[in-house]
Structure formats: structure tokens, C-alpha cells
Design a binder for this molecule. Structure first.
Ligand SMILES: [Fe+2]
Length: 725
């Protein structure tokens, strides 16, 4: 414990960081309530199993499934699927074409899918009759011996279309595991001639949704038509961490339903585990509301904001959070533009010197162009303006950086990769980092995008969707650059650079090692790139006719464009593709399906950068946003994601004691539940390598930098290998 004489901000912050740090154990108790799956997590009442009898029944059911799995494993041992192909005179062919089950009229072939043709004898033994792959045009022609397939002893026949289910490393070598994606039973009596034609086989395989503007995969329900599944251990991790938090939320919701006066916001806060700001406030009251903390967190906390140099004043910077102005929004919550001016202190950390708010601050004056500027000389008003900026920064970071910048951004790469990469060694490089993001995004659709954010912030669902598309319109792997450190104290930027460099080193090593095979299967890279480009969102404002809009709107758009361009390192001058009438944001990795020696150097360079970008976003960038949520949005009055107008003229410029502008009790418990859910339930860490799917060389490179990262406040063991929460 710290001696009371040693209560300096530095020692207090260090002690509180240690005290409130989330651990990721995986124990588990038998009669502990649990979620059946991640998709049963709800912002209201999650579907959890609490009744001991039900838990016992669940246990029995689990045993039944284990027994069933055991029997399946026994059957596999008794009746192995041997690689030997039966038949000598291949005198017949199984033919057809595999295509995506798209709603469009164009036929899009699925290339390189592993295919198998099996017979099963009356005694249950498997006989492999043929195998092969779909060709680049989706067609296949599997030769087999007709007599062998029609033999009296053969009871049934099946044609199986397989996919890559997972990758694992053993003794440093990558192994690819296939599972059956689709099976077609064939009647023996139908095999009569030289050829049996299965015709076009449309598969709902990593299909793009058509109801949203950004690239998302079709999933109606987890466990039914999802293209991937979580591992059991991932679901266990959720149970272990979240059940106590879930029970706390349920208790609050019940209390609010029965008598909302029976519980206060302070009691709700106190029922959840202490976070960083609550801990610091207990030891150093007022410190987390001060200018030093504000600047430090904007630079090195969850926000990791961009400091845009002031064009008129040297040494001054602007951080800008754009509000609800041109997005569909509700009337309950404020969300003005918040522009914060910083200068650097002698210690290299930023301090805020002015805050400009543009847009309505109360329910009475709704003029969207009203502007007010505050400085530290404004006393209490300065404190209140900082809170508004902090809250806006929290929402923008969650929506723009966390959801759009990592989750949605990565999903577009994941879909394109899983649709197209099969023979290419890039599968072993990318799949371990791209897996599960589409599953968690599907869960986020319901609880975050449709339920929580529209009820706890100014965004409606439509407004939120439009914002995500806008921000994704400035995210391109090709122009991405790491953040330049502003000073020695800019630890986030230094850690980002360190991680990017080691990721590039790993990717460079991998691609050089597998260069020949990657080039041999360049067609897959081309198809990956085409899917990526064709489905990426239009460049921000490229579809907007700026000539007929209000000059003030135009100026604001230009300001937003300038800031977002710098924030996400977008280069408007790069040559980009026009596809389907839109200028597409994501640059192609390649525009050729076979690589000529003249093109090789540049295209391989592009590939290395794009792969580094995907892995960097899936690991370091996402982990940063995710794990710092609990520190920066884990105290309702410090930073909720939306302040209500209330009914007073002061509106959102009011002290924290004015609860009419704070989230209501329901939103407060839901907010605490959310920040716990997202920060506490991480699973799948690079160094822990739970699924044995991380290349040992990547782990080695990261482990070698352990001390350098620790000096910057980054614990390498906490960096996730993929985006799955
Ligand atoms: Fe996340």
C-alpha cells in the first residue's frame, strides 16, 4: 500500500492501475450460472441459466453430447476415412459448378474448394471414390470407377464440399484442417452413364449482406448459418468473467422496475467492480477531472486521439470530435461538435487550453450553428465543458475508432479472405487473426448498434449506420501510417510503432518464405482484392454534391474531412477504383490474376503492407480500444457516452451532481455492464496461444520486446490475437 505521504498522482495512478487491472483466469464452478452462448448476452435480461435443476439438466445434456461426440470419435476409429481412392478404371465423372448463392443475376464461381466423393458400405466402412478441387471457374470434374460406386456392398453415396475450418501449428509447422461445409447425397441408381451432372450448386458461403452499405456477412443465427463457430473455451471465458456482472445488472433492473426510488446512480456504480477513475478519485479527489488527467488520457488512454497541428499557432494542437449534426438523431441526448485545443507541457503531456462546442447544448435553443468557447479561466464552466468533450470523445472513440475502425473495418478483410484464400499460404498467415470477427459483429448488431447506442446516446440506428459508413470511407490499408510521437511522453504512439514494426518483420519473413507458392496462387490474391475493393464503402463525401449545400455545411464537411483524413491516415490523392458507380475506399492489393516478373516487386510490397495492416488492426489496435474501455468509460458520471439535455437552460453545462443530464438508472447499469463485458471477456491472446494457431515466430518477436512494451505501459500477454469481443 502507498504511504499517505506518497500520494502523488504518479504513485496513485500506478497503484490504481494495478488494483483495477482485469485478470483473465479460466476456472469455473459447477453450479455457477452461465450463458449458453455469446449470442445469449443481452443488454436487458440476458438468457442465463441460474436454476440449479436446469444447470443439472444442462450438465446431463452436456454429458449426453460428450457421449455422442465420443461415439462419433469411436465410429471414426472403427470406420476410418482412409485417403486411398478405390477404383482402377476411372470411367465416369462427377461434374458440376459451385457458385455463390448471391441474389444478383451474375454467376460468381467459388474456386479451389476441396471436394470428396464417398461411398459407404453396408457394414459402415467408408470408401473414397474420388477427390479434387473446384477449378478457378468453379467447375469440377471428379473421375471415379462406375463399377466401384455401384457395387452391391455400397449402401450410400455422398458428394462433400469442404472448407478450411482452422489452422494449427505443431512443431513450428502450420497445419490446415478441413471440415464438410455442404453434403449432397447421390442415389446409386442415378449413376448410369459416363457422367453424373450435379449442375450449378449455389452455396451460401461467406455471402455479403445486401441490406447495409458497409461489407457485412450474412448470418441469421449463430450455430445455424454462421460461417464460423466460437470454441467452447471462448464461451467459458465469457461465463467466468461476466456472470457476476450479469447478476448485478439483473438485480438493478428488477429494483428499477419495482421501485426506481429504491436505488441511486451512486449505488449502481458502487455495485460494479471499481475502475481506474473511481479508484483514483478515492485517493486523490478531483484529480481525474483535472486538466492533467484529461490531457494524458486523450493522448495515451482509450481515445489515443489525433493532435492536428494548429495552422496559426506553433506548438498548439486540435483534437476534434464531430457530433450528431448531419446524422439522424434523437432529441433526448446532446452531441455537439467538440474541438479541444491543446499545448504540450514541459513533461511532454498535453494540457487543454480551450474547448469549442458547436451545436445545441440545451433543449431550448436548438440552433445547430451556435458556438461557445471555454478556457480554464471559466472555472466551473470549464469543468463542465471538459466533461462534454470527454463524453463526446468517448462516443466518437467507441463508434469511429473501436467499432468502425477495428470491428467493421476488419470484417471486410475477413469476408474477402475466407471467400477466396484456400491454396495460398496466406491462409496460415491471416486466418488466425481474421477469425471470429464476423461472429462478434453479428452479436454487436443487436445489443450495441440496435439496442444500447440508440437508447443511450444521440445516434439513432440509422444515424449510427451512416456514421460508420462515413468513417470507413477514410480507412485504407495502403495509406495507413503509424502515429508520429509528439513527445517522449507519447507512449501510445511509441507502442504502436513498436508493434507495427514487429508485425511487419513477421509478415515479411512469412511472405519471403512462401513467396513462390503465394505467386503460384496469385489468382486467389486477385479474387480477394476484387471482393475487397468491390464491396468497400465509397470514399467519404465522394457521393455528395457539395455545390448545392449550405456554405456552413460545406465548411463543416471540409473540416471533418481534413480531420478524419489525418486521423485515419487517408490519402485522397491515391489512384482508386470506380466500381458500380462509386469511388471505392479500399485500394486494390493487385489488379492482375497472374503476376509477371516486372510487377512482382511492387505487388509483393503491397501484399506485405496489407497483411501487416490486417494483423495490426486485429491485434494491437483492437486490443487497445477494447481493454481501455473499462478505464475510460467505467464510471458513469466521469464519462458516459451521452449526456441528456435535461429541462434546464444550463442543459449539459451543469455539474455532475445534476443527475437530470446523466444517463438514467437503467442506462447507467447497462453502461457499466457493457464496459465490463467488453473489457473483461477477452479471450485468445497472442502469447497464450490457446488455440495453437499463432505462428511461433510472431510470438517470439513479441516476447523479445516485452520489456520495451512494459516501459510504455503495454503488457504483451494482454494483446489479443484476433478481434472477438
Ligand atoms: Fe471490441
Amino acid at each position: 500500500m502507498t504511504n499517505t505521504n506518497d500520494l502523488t498522482p504518479k504513485t496513485v495512478c500506478a497503484e490504481c492501475l494495478k488494483k483495477t487491472k482485469i485478470g483473465y483466469d479460466d476456472g469455473g464452478r459447477f453450479f455457477m450460472p452461465h450463458f449458453k452462448s455469446i449470442n445469449h448476452v443481452e443488454v436487458g435480461y440476458s438468457r442465463i441459466i441460474t436454476n440449479p435443476l436446469t444447470i443439472f439438466a444442462e450438465w446431463l445434456l452436456a454429458k449426453f453430447y460428450a457421449l455422442k461426440d465420443g461415439l462419433v470419435a469411436l465410429a471414426a476409429k472403427l470406420f476410418p476415412r482412409r485417403p486411398k481412392i478405390y477404383g482402377k478404371q476411372m470411367d465416369s465423372w462427377l461434374v458440376g459448378k459451385i457458385i455463390f448463392a448471391t441474389q444478383e443475376n451474375v454467376e460468381v464461381p467459388i474456386h479451389h474448394l476441396p471436394l470428396e466423393f464417398w461411398g459407404r458400405t453396408k457394414l459402415g466402412q467408408w470408401r473414397k471414390l474420388s477427390e479434387g478441387y473446384s477449378a478457378p471457374d468453379g467447375t469440377f470434374r471428379l473421375p471415379f470407377e462406375l463399377r466401384c460406386a455401384r457395387r452391391f456392398g455400397i449402401r450410400s453415396l455422398r458428394f462433400e464440399i469442404c472448407q478450411i475450418s482452422h489452422i494449427y501449428f505443431k512443431d513450428g509447422q502450420a497445419n490446415t484442417v478441413h471440415n464438410t461445409f455442404h453434403c449432397i447425397k447421390i442415389s446409386k441408381s442415378d449413376l448410369i452413364g459416363m457422367e453424373y451432372n450435379l449442375r450449378n450448386i449455389p452455396l451460401c458461403f461467406w455471402e455479403y449482406r445486401t441490406d447495409v452499405k458497409n461489407p457485412r456477412v450474412v448470418i441469421k443465427a449463430h450455430g445455424k448459418d454462421a460461417p464460423q463457430q466460437y470454441t467452447e473455451a471462448r464461451i467459458e471465458a465469457i461465463n467466468e468473467q461476466m456472470i457476476p456482472v450479469e447478476l448485478t445488472k439483473i438485480k438493478h433492473l428488477e429494483q428499477i422496475k419495482l421501485d426506481s426510488d429504491s436505488i441511486t446512480l451512486a449505488e449502481i456504480q458502487a455495485d460494479y467492480p471499481e475502475n481506474l477513475t473511481v479508484c483514483i478519485e478515492k485517493k486523490l479527489p478531483g484529480y481525474t477531472r483535472g486538466d492533467d488527467w484529461f490531457g494524458e488520457r486523450m493522448m495515451n488512454g482509450m481515445n489515443r486521439g489525433l493532435f492536428l497541428p494548429d495552422t496559426e499557432e506553433e506548438g498548439a494542437y486540435w483534437m476534434k470530435y464531430f457530433g450528431k449534426h448531419n446524422y439522424d438523431s434523437n432529441d433526448e441526448y446532446a452531441f455537439p461538435d467538440a474541438m479541444i485545443k491543446f499545448r504540450l507541457k514541459a513533461d511532454g503531456l498535453p494540457t487543454p487550453v480551450a474547448i469549442k462546442l458547436r451545436g445545441p447544448l440545451n433543449a431550448i435553443n436548438r440552433d445547430p450553428w451556435q458556438e461557445r468557447t471555454f478556457t480554464p479561466a471559466d472555472g466551473e464552466l470549464w469543468q463542465q465543458a471538459k466533461r462534454v468533450a470527454r463524453v463526446n470523445g468517448g462516443l466518437c472513440t467507441e463508434v469511429d475508432e473501436h467499432f468502425a475502425g477495428t470491428h467493421a473495418n476488419l470484417e471486410q478483410y475477413a469476408i474477402a479472405a475466407y471467400r477466396n484464400l484456400r491454396f495460398s499460404p496466406l491462409t496460415t498467415l491471416l486466418f488466425p487473426h481474421l477469425k471470429e470477427v464476423v461472429l462478434i459483429n453479428h452479436t454487436a448488431d443487436g445489443i450495441l448498434l440496435r439496442q444500447y447506442i440508440p437508447s443511450a446516446t444521440a445516434f439513432t440506428y440509422e444515424g449510427l449506420m451512416a456514421r460508420i459508413v462515413d468513417v470507413m470511407g477514410v480507412m485504407d490499408w495502403k495509406s495507413f501510417q503509424t502515429m508520429k510521437p509528439l513527445s517522449e511522453a507519447h507512449s501510445y504512439a511509441k507502442a504502436e510503432q513498436l508493434f507495427w514494426d514487429l508485425t511487419y518483420q513477421y509478415v515479411d519473413y512469412f511472405i519471403e518464405l512462401n513467396r513462390k507458392e503465394i505467386i503460384r496462387h496469385w489468382h486467389e490474391v486477385f479474387c480477394f482484392s476484387e471482393d475487397l475493393v468491390n464491396h468497400s464503402v465509397p470514399v467519404f463525401l465522394s457521393d455528395t454534391d457539395m455545390t448545392h449545400i449550405d456554405p456552413r455545411d460545406r465548411a463543416r464537411f471540409e473540416e471533418m474531412k481534413e480531420y478524419l483524413t489525418a486521423q485515419f491516415c487517408f490519402d485522397y490523392d491515391l489512384p482508386r477504383q470506380h466500381r458500380d458507380g462509386h469511388l471505392r475506399t479500399v485500394s486494390p492489393l493487385t489488379l492482375t490474376s497472374t503476376l509477371s516478373p516486372e510487377q512482382e516487386k511492387e505487388e509483393i510490397q503491397n501484399l506485405k503492407k496489407a497483411c501487416t495492416y490486417m494483423i495490426f488492426v486485429a491485434t494491437f489496435l483492437h486490443t487497445w480500444a477494447n481493454e481501455h474501455q473499462y478505464e475510460d468509460i467505467g464510471e458513469v458520471l466521469y464519462n458516459c457516452l451521452g449526456l441528456r439535455y435535461g429541462d434546464k437552460e444550463s442543459g449539459i453545462l451543469a455539474p455532475e451532481s445534476d443527475l437530470s443530464i446523466a444517463p438514467d438508472l437503467t442506462r447507467s447499469t447497462q453502461m457499466m455492464w457493457f464496459s465490463n463485458l467488453l473489457s473483461r471477456t477477452e479471450y485468445g491472446f497472442i502469447t497464450r496461444n490457446e488455440d495453437h494457431d499463432i505462428n511461433p515466430y510472431f510470438c517470439e518477436l513479441l516476447t523479445a520486446k516485452k520489456d520495451e512494451f512494459a516501459a510504455l505501459g503495454v503488457i504483451i500477454e494482454d494483446i489479443e490475437s484476433r478481434t472477438n469481443i
